[in-house]
Design a protein. Structure first.
Length: 425
């Protein structure tokens, strides 16, 4: 791992090709549940590079594409998986979108590159980093380097979502169940280490947050409007819609306390789990005459690697005590993860070596926001496979950022996987 190797890889890197690949891949519409076309592009790219791509799919239209190179060493050579997700935000049909996006909202920035700066959600989240590790694999081959261990590269569906909740049940409505968890269980890859290649501003974290979605159902009675008593106080109101304000106020007051109490810090990350009310449901707007006897709030609660969803539910029940008749159900649950400190050390060491060689800078711990969200390294850490999330600048990345990320991924893969004995000079 010499400076000469970095210069050699840099000289082989075609910046114009990298730019073109990013724009082509990221310009493909790939919202939640519709990742097929982007996956097919990656599959063709991998085939052109000789990465022997194959599909791993829980659902035919939503498949992982996995490519591999290396494997020229001994049985003790280490294996590394680099993965990014194909799906981006969006994908809502017009009837759904009108309840999420206000009229006249600024449309999503188009995928574009001007003066070396890239825009577009898909570039940052997450096909820009994906293009970088695919280019890194190409660089390794162009340099004539035969990896001792195997480098696996995966383009994955279903990292963002959705979750199958209330009338949207089934595999077709699922996200993460057909994503990294399915790849780990059925993809035939048991790597020594895993990198979720996503924007982290060239810093790293070895942990991430999960989440639970709770449905808070408030119960009451239907009241015929001509019999409705408008003088009734809000507290213990028979129409549960009138008690929503109290429920929201209680949850809003609890959220900052929750963040502080559940903050989780390690040497390689700080998770600050958040709470947000994301949806509301109740009544029939086309049949209001009888009011409604039930309404619901949907609350997303972040989970650190050590939080237990049962404990969170009990904590919320204390907050909601006295709210009137209600039910609190966890309708979706994804646990956060953290790498074993000792087991992840070789991977962090490889990234640190690459950072010094490529950027001339020490590897830093990522901002807490990157350890406070779901990323697919959670799946691997929960399974005992040391994993981190690491990648280029997240906001408005430049072509130089992506060049740097490509070289970092290449150097890290060489460090982790090693070089076959015939290559060592």
């Amino acid at each position: 791992m010499t400076d000469a190797l970095t210069r050699r890889l840099d000289a082989l890197l075609d910046r114009n090709l990298l730019r073109r690949r990013i724009l082509e891949l990221c310009s493909i519409a790939s919202p939640q549940g519709h990742e097929r076309e982007a996956g097919e592009y990656v599959e063709r790219w991998m085939a052109e590079e000789g990465f022997r791509p194959r599909r791993v799919a829980a659902v035919p239209e939503r498949f992982h594409v996995v490519g591999t190179l290396g494997g020229h060493g001994t049985a003790s050579s280490r294996e590394l998986l680099m993965a990014s997700h194909l799906d981006t935000e969006g994908g809502l049909d017009p009837q759904d979108a009108r309840w999420c996006v206000p009229p006249g909202a600024t449309p999503e920035e188009p995928v574009a590159e001007r003066d070396g700066v890239f825009t577009g959600a898909a570039v940052a989240n997450d096909r820009g980093p994906m293009a970088c590790f695919l280019m890194a694999g190409s660089l390794i081959q162009k340099a004539g380097i035969r990896l001792a261990g195997r480098l696996h590269m995966a383009a994955c569906p279903g990292e963002i979502g959705p979750d199958p909740v209330d009338g949207r049940e089934g595999v077709a409505q699922s996200g993460k169940d057909v994503g990294a968890a399915y790849l780990l269980a059925n993809g035939g890859i048991a790597p020594d280490f895993m990198i979720a290649a996503e924007g982290t501003d060239f810093a790293v974290t070895a942990q991430g947050a999960g989440y639970a979605i709770f449905r808070l159902s408030l119960y009451g009675e239907q009241i015929f409007t001509p019999l409705f008593d408008a003088s009734l106080p809000l507290k213990d109101h028979p129409n549960p819609v009138y008690r929503l304000g109290d429920a929201i106020a209680r949850l809003h007051a609890w959220a900052p306390c929750f963040e502080q109490a559940h903050r989780f810090e390690t040497a390689w990350g700080t998770t600050i789990p958040k709470v947000q009310i994301g949806a509301i449901r109740g009544g029939l707007p086309y049949a209001l005459g009888g009011g409604t006897g039930v309404c619901a709030l949907y609350v997303e609660v972040g989970l650190s690697a050590i939080d237990r969803v049962q404990d969170i539910r009990r904590e919320m029940e204390v907050v909601l005590d006295g709210i009137g008749p209600y039910a609190l159900d966890c309708v979706a649950y994804r646990q956060g993860g953290v790498a074993d400190e000792t087991a992840v050390t070789p991977l962090l060491g490889a990234l640190a070596t690459a950072s010094r060689a490529v950027r001339g800078a020490e590897l830093e711990v990522a901002d807490p926001v990157y350890a406070s969200m779901w990323r697919d390294h959670n799946v691997y850490n929960r399974a005992g496979i040391p994993a981190v999330t690491f990648g280029p600048r997240r906001w408005r990345p430049t072509l130089d950022d992506f060049v740097t990320a490509t070289l970092l991924f290449a150097r890290t893969a060489i460090e982790v996987c090693g070089v076959a004995a015939s290559e060592v000079q």
